[in-house]
Design a protein around this ligand. Structure first.
Ligand code: ADP
Ligand code: MG
Length: 202
């Protein structure tokens, strides 16, 4: 990607996180410790601060650097988890990615890294409820249908509402975690929407 494109992705995702930080915090207040908005804000602020350096790197290295920045700047669970996602995506990205398959393969590797890091899987009311179905859609698609990607992310997010959390802080609530959306699933959907918007030139 051109440095300008990488910078656009960073500034757009950062802006979306800023605009929704309060919402993420409110969701985390209901079933966690109320810091998800702050954690995401801190992480994306650190990435934005390093944007000039990151943008000069090849795509894979840029993703790795962004992931490392999240791991280093965010204290909560979401920093290492999103950090693992981006670092593994970066490692799996071919030197000159061009096809949907290149991106889908890298995203799949990233999601697998989240599962490994979090010792988690689908159905546990986490960000994986959004990440896993989007990875599956991308891996099987012949062409990129951004509307389908958005709808898949939204359906995954909605599915967290009636789930009982069995991983992360929300699992301490047991049954009482039900009836609330998962904050990490919300931030994943938010970031996926932001990338879809950029792809569509919005
Ligand atoms: P913390 O839980 O340390 O306060 P955050 O509030 O920033 O960190 O992030 C919470 C989100 O992280 C949850 O809503 C969930 O989506 C995600 N999460 C937590 N633990 C796991 C895990 N083991 N696997 C996958 N995602 C997880
Ligand atoms: Mg939290």
């Amino acid at each position: 990607m051109e440095p300008e494109t990488i910078k656009a992705v960073i500034s757009r995702t950062h802006a979306e996180i800023l605009a929704h930080a309060e919402e993420l915090t409110d969701l985390d207040q209901a079933i966690g410790d109320g810091d998800h908005g702050i954690n995401m804000k801190r992480g994306f602020e650190a990435i934005a601060a390093a944007a000039d350096t990151i943008a000069e790197l090849p795509d894979g290295k840029a993703l790795e650097k962004a992931g490392m920045t999240l791991v280093m700047s965010v204290g909560g669970a979401s920093g290492p988890l999103y950090g693992s996602l981006l670092m593994a995506m970066g490692k799996a990205m071919p030197e000159e990615p061009g096809s949907l398959g290149d991106f889908a393969g890298a995203f799949q590797a990233g999601v697998e890294a989240v599962m490994k890091r979090g010792k988690s899987q689908g159905g546990e009311k986490t960000m994986l409820e959004v990440l896993l179905p989007v990875a599956a859609l991308l891996s099987t698609a012949d062409s990129l249908d951004v509307e389908a990607v958005r709808a898949t992310a939204d359906a995954g997010l909605a599915s967290t509402k009636d789930m009982k959390a069995t991983k992360g802080r929300a699992s301490f609530l047991g049954e009482r975690s039900m009836g609330h959306l998962d904050p990490g699933a919300r931030s994943s959907a938010l970031l996926i929407h932001a990338v879809c918007d950029i792809i569509e030139g919005k």
